[in-house]
Design a binder for this molecule. Structure first.
Ligand SMILES: [Zn+2]
Length: 227
């Protein structure tokens, strides 16, 4: 399966699900780590919609909307060329002035469990709480653990350094490849189904017949109907 048929099948499999179940349907797999999850999503995006990903970020300094483009294939290649992440289940130790802190790396199941947490600060704190052995330490130790996690697990968080053309300020914009894949898939599937509905009403054709027309002839028939 490929192209429009795959788009519709993936959308259908993912639409009624949430969190990890939706991710598994979108990726056709249960990734064992966050880098693997992100990599699978970038590859699938490029396969379905092409490598170019147009995004809009918001400058945290002046609130201007900044458009930028990333290449999903380059991004995935860079991740694959990096060192492999250790398994999420392994314990790591951070030495501090007080007692050493034990932590593990977050995995896809941790993201799934925190699916309903929308505030980024709450999310970061809840994620750390799940991954630290014992009570949450102070802010400095939490920062140190976050940095160690990122160093141990390159590709777990996909982000881009952006420069604001309006005020010259810089920031790092994180993006979630699974969320991007889902958003684009939903847009394309809904637009495709909308076209099918219009053509079915106009000409009495079946869904299958309409999809078999291909995008160019469908667009031509839609124009005829609108004329
Ligand atoms: Zn700005």
């Amino acid at each position: 399966m490929h192209g429009e048929a795959l788009t519709l099948a993936l959308w259908e499999g993912a639409a009624g699900r949430r969190g990890l179940a939706r991710e598994a349907a979108l990726l056709d797999a249960t990734p064992r780590s966050l880098p693997e999850r992100n990599l699978l999503a970038l590859r699938r995006y490029a396969h379905l919609f092409g490598a170019e990903l147009e995004l809009v970020g918001r400058c945290p300094h002046c609130r201007a909307a900044v458009e930028f483009t990333i290449d999903a294939v380059d991004c995935a290649d860079a991740m694959e060329g990096g060192p492999a992440a250790p398994a999420a289940a392994e314990w790591h130790v951070l030495e501090t002035d007080a007692a050493p802190l034990r932590f593990r790396l977050p995995g896809p199941a941790d993201l799934g469990a925190l699916d309903a947490v929308e505030d980024p600060a709450d999310f970061a704190e809840s994620l750390l709480a799940r991954c630290i052995d014992g009570p949450l330490p102070d802010a400095a130790a939490r920062d140190a653990i976050s940095r160690r996690m990122e160093a141990l697990m390159p590709g777990a968080v996909v982000s881009f350094s952006l420069l604001c053309p309006d005020c010259g300020g810089g920031w790092s914009a994180p993006l979630d490849p699974v969320e991007l894949l889902w958003r684009e898939l939903r847009l394309r599937a809904e637009s495709l189904l909308g076209d099918v509905a219009v053509l079915a009403r106009g000409f009495g054709w079946s869904e299958r017949e309409i999809l078999e027309l291909g995008a160019v002839r469908r667009a031509a028939y839609l124009q005829l109907l609108a004329a």
